[in-house]
Ligand binder design. Structure first.
Ligand SMILES: C[S@@+](CC[C@H](N)C(=O)[O-])C[C@H]1O[C@@H](n2cnc3c(N)ncnc32)[C@H](O)[C@@H]1O
Length: 230
């Protein structure tokens, strides 16, 4: 999928794809931003002291939502047109163009490296290289996270099947994502399912938290730590 072609209408396309739920794309993006910040806080401590990299950041939707929680944030994507829009949306972030399989950053650069809904667009044969690159640019002791659609959730599969942006999508389960992280010499430490109920009310978020260990939510996050040098 060439996201340059879809950069201008990306947000509107996402909004149309999830409209049946009664929520817009911003709601689901916020759910994902929240889980990135919560996992970071729980595993590494205060995000406000940490630098993060958004791999496959697209038009910067997640970058902008996550940015206020972190000391610094950067984004990278193969789509130059998406990055131009991201730079307008999130002027505080640094954006660099490049493939996730050859990230344009030095080794050990970030405390947190995450990719949201990127792996399902990447050829099977390139997925290990992408995970290895994410591991390379994370600092020892840093966190690498993959957030994806949960293929066990029928609504997630239905949305993906209707979304024009997902014509090339090949979904991966949380278990497969963890295997990719392990093969990149990372140690998985958390798995959380989110976006089960399209409701913002506090009680709904409470139910989600209680059920986060079961493969029910439409999305999941897996987190892994990069081993410290001996
Ligand atoms: C569905 S969009 C997700 C964008 C953003 N992460 C979000 O959640 O709003 C997928 C993004 O992954 C990017 N992408 C796909 N393959 C990539 C690769 N090999 N390296 C870097 N980015 C890639 C696309 O250009 C696109 O911007």
């Amino acid at each position: 999928m060439d996201f340059d072609e879809h950069a201008a209408d990306y947000l509107a396309t996402v909004r149309r794809s999830v409209a049946f739920s009664g929520q817009d794309g911003a709601f689901f993006a916020q759910v994902k931003a929240d889980v990135i910040v919560e996992l970071t806080a729980g595993i590494l401590g205060h995000p406000s002291e940490l630098a993060a990299l958004d791999v496959g950041c697209g038009v910067g939707l997640l970058t902008g939502l996550v940015a206020p929680a972190f000391r610094a944030i950067s984004g990278s994507d193969v789509s130059a047109k998406s990055l131009a829009l991201a730079a307008e949306q999130v002027p505080s972030a640094e954006f660099r163009a490049g493939s996730g399989t050859a990230l344009p950053f030095a080794d050990d650069s970030f405390d947190v490296v995450y990719a949201v809904c990127v792996f399902h667009h990447v050829e099977m044969g390139d997925r290990e290289a992408l995970a290895r690159e994410m591991a390379r640019v994370a600092r020892p002791g840093g966190l690498v996270m993959i957030l994806e659609h949960n293929p066990w959730n029928p609504l997630a599969r239905w949305v993906v099947s209707r979304c024009p942006l997902d014509r090339d999508a090949r979904l991966l389960s949380a278990g497969v994502a963890e295997t990719l992280l392990r093969r990149a010499s990372l140690r998985p430490v958390a798995r959380r399912y989110v976006a089960l109920l399209p409701l913002g009310a506090g009680w709904a978020r409470g139910v989600e938290r209680t059920l986060a260990g079961l493969p029910l939510g439409a999305q999941y996050a897996v987190a892994a730590v990069k081993g410290k040098p001996a």
